[in-house]
Design a protein around this ligand. Structure first.
Ligand code: PSU
Ligand code: MN
Length: 306
């Protein structure tokens, strides 16, 4: 594992760091705009007062924090594979290059000592999971990884209710950030209520300190941050695209790790870019909030290195 010098220095000094995933860059957002967006996400973390650490595997080495050359390769190359936790060792052994999902980013970031991670949407339980058994490794990994993930909920391409049930089973806490509703990615409200709401980064930091005291910090924590109202996708357009996307998915016979990228791409094409705009806005918003949380936590006793 190679930690970028700026990230290593920040971690050693107890300064705030925010991890960022890279599958969203390689498989979640279309080329060539994805490179500029990846840079904007890093800038949003900096604007919030933290150091960004985008995670990826480059020529077999897991990198925590990418230089511009590595970011270009992850964004631009067709050869970049989507890497979950179970793929890390195989890819490293053959010196390959891959983009990390929420699961593998959480795993590597926690190993590097990073406490806060920003992404767009979490993976979850797919619709039809009763037959396909398709549940993202993001959930199981979070259940045993000490990290806080700021996301805009999960996409409606998933079974949202089942995903929330699984998070409960897996001891992964979910905090609504300035909301009582679980966010629905493109929409601020998925229609599902949450038990816990926080209204500031300082409140999240207080929860993080209490987790450490209580020994529940070995489980992941989700901070669910809704897309700003002005950036939401039109609800009718959303509902129509979702229905059409699910039909297209079953017609195409797509399965396994291609399911999520297929549906994301379908949304971006069918909404004429409107879903892409919403996606970018919510990720930037998550990066900013994650930075604020990292700043609040780093400033508290439990956030400082021993
Ligand atoms: N959801 C999104 N955008 C994404 C992803 C999920 O709205 O880019 C990516 C993330 O990297 C996530 C992964 O960890 O897809 C989940 O894939 P799967 O369902 O195959 O576990
Ligand atoms: Mn899957």
């Amino acid at each position: 594992m190679q930690v970028h010098p700026e990230v290593a220095a920040a971690l050693a000094a107890g300064r705030p760091v925010v991890a960022l995933e890279s599958t969203i860059i390689s498989h979640g957002l279309p080329r060539p705009d994805n490179l500029g967006i990846a840079r904007e996400i890093e800038q949003a973390v900096r604007d919030g007062g933290a150091v960004p650490a985008t995670v990826a595997v480059v020529d077999g080495t897991p990198r925590i924090g990418l230089d511009d050359e590595a970011l270009r390769e992850i964004a631009g190359s067709e050869e970049v594979v989507k890497v979950s936790v179970r793929d890390l060792a195989s890819l490293a052994a053959r010196r390959g290059t891959g983009a990390t999902t929420v699961a593998s980013t959480a795993h590597l970031a926690a190993r590097a000592g990073i406490a806060v991670f920003a992404t767009g949407g979490l993976g979850g339980v797919h619709r039809q999971a009763r037959d396909s058994w398709d549940e993202s490794a993001d959930l199981g990994t979070l259940s045993r990884t000490p990290i806080t993930v700021v996301c805009a909920g999960v996409k409606s391409i998933l079974d949202v209710a089942a995903t929330l049930e699984r998070l409960e089973t897996l001891n992964v806490g979910v905090l609504g950030y300035r909301t009582d509703a679980f966010p629905g990615f493109y929409l601020a409200d998925s229609g599902h209520r949450l038990d816990w709401r926080v209204d500031s980064a300082a409140e999240v930091a207080a929860v993080l300190r209490a987790r450490t005291e209580l020994g529940t910090d070995r489980f992941g924590l989700v901070v669910a941050n809704p897309i700003p109202a002005a950036d939401e996708l039109d609800r009718d357009l959303h509902d129509r695209t979702l229905a059409a996307g699910l039909v297209a998915l079953s017609r195409a016979g797509v399965t396994g790790k291609q399911v999520t990228p297929f549906l994301l791409d379908f949304f971006h094409r069918e909404t004429g870019g409107a879903s892409l705009t919403a996606n970018v806005r919510l990720v930037l918003n998550n990066a900013r909030v994650a930075a604020e949380i990292a700043v609040a936590y780093a400033g508290s006793p439990a956030g400082r290195p021993a």
